[in-house]
Ligand binder design. Structure first.
Ligand code: PMP
Length: 353
């Protein structure tokens, strides 16, 4: 049987299902609600016209890394580009994990840490968040060391909670954990604080970033930022031409003019404030503080609310994990989208279920 050749340790894996994209209002994927301005798209079109289509792309994505380094205020030799930060996570897992090695993640956190750990033959261990979805820093460090994990992954801000780990606690984790510490700053732009300035101060720190949340999800571009020693090891595993020439070209146009990003982030932050204030006043919704472009809410019956919103053409993120049963994650939309959500989130009788 052909199945005899399949990996037995992947037998319980399910294909990642990406939700349909034809909803009227898409608040499920933490994307940016607006497309790039038309004059920027025109610039991109001109730049693409000059692309060299018959040659492989620059394998090191040198110009993009140099421009991102400037944006992130680090040296370009400390930056590696990936086909989305998803790929950076996979490169990290494949670089450092031997079969059976353990990885510590928070629960909940971004699901790809666990998935790529397993694909690399590793074992993810989950550390549940405590009251108010807060991380017990000392407990987390103790668990990492007791279990002798090779890597810890933490998103900061956390997806899906929106929660923040303060800088001094991040430093405590980097110092306290005897392993590689990956701080995933996918939502950095909406929080504004970073630990990237410390990559050369610690031998075990890797920071992840992405362009997906600032309006470029379509081009699949993420970054891994770390010291030279870890970088040399990671380069052994990076696929040679992982970022295509068109994505490199587009990112260069945008990174040459970071004001495009800053302006866009400001719009999202204004809408986040608006949505937050409106949701906060609705009875029956528990709202969590967020550093991201999304917010987590807890309601009495998330399934019912999800279905009701779907009927109105609004898709928000629900969860299969038992711990997140009555939670929904809502991406901040445009003013119109947010108003439409708010109109549909309450029942006619004023209840929220
Ligand atoms: N990290 C976190 C915490 C995320 O939420 C996401 C996307 N949802 C990613 C990484 C992956 O981003 P990318 O689009 O760059 O692969």
């Amino acid at each position: 049987m052909i199945q005899d050749f399949f990996r037995s340790d992947l037998s319980d894996f399910k294909a990642y299902e990406v939700s349909k994209t034809d909803y009227k209002v898409r608040l499920d994927a933490n994307e940016n609600f607006s497309n790039l301005p038309s004059e920027v798209r025109a610039k991109i079109a001109w730049a693409i016209e000059d692309s060299i289509f018959n040659r492989y792309p620059d394998g090191a994505a040198s110009e993009v890394c140099a421009r991102y380094a400037e944006y992130a205020n680090v040296k370009s030799t400390n930056v590696m580009a990936g086909n989305g930060s998803d790929e950076c996570i996979q490169i990290i897992a494949n670089t450092f994990l031997n079969t059976g090695d353990k990885v510590l993640v928070q629960s909940p956190d971004f699901s790809m840490y666990g998935l790529y750990t397993k694909v690399a033959g590793g074992i993810p261990i989950e550390f549940p968040l405590g009251n108010e979805l807060k991380l017990d820093i000392n407990g987390f460090i103790s668990m990492a060391n007791e279990k002798k994990v090779k890597i810890v992954f933490l998103s900061n801000p956390n997806n899906p909670t929106g929660g923040i780990i303060q800088r001094e606690d991040i430093i405590k984790i980097i110092n306290g954990c005897s392993c590689i510490v990956v701080i995933d700053e996918a939502y950095f732009e909406f929080y504004g604080k970073t630990i990237v300035d410390k990559i050369e101060s610690y031998e075990n720190l890797i920071v992840l970033r992405t362009c997906s949340k600032v309006g470029l999800a379509a081009i699949r571009l993420g970054f891994l930022i770390t010291n030279n020693v870890l970088m040399a090891e990671l380069k052994k595993v990076k696929p040679p031409f992982n970022v295509n020439a068109i994505s490199q070209c587009i990112a260069c146009v945008i990174l040459k003019q970071p004001e495009i990003i800053y302006k866009n982030v400001e719009c999202i932050l204004n809408q986040r404030k608006y949505l937050w204030q409106k949701l906060k006043d609705i009875n029956g919704i528990q709202l969590y503080r967020t550093g991201g472009n999304f917010m987590l809410i807890q309601v009495e019956n998330a399934q019912k609310m999800k279905e009701r919103l779907l009927q109105a053409g609004i898709n928000v993120r629900s969860f299969t994990a038992a711990t997140l049963k009555n939670y929904l994650r809502i991406t901040v939309g445009s003013r119109e989208e947010n108003d439409y959500l708010l109109k549909n989130i309450s029942c006619k009788n004023g209840g929220i279920i």
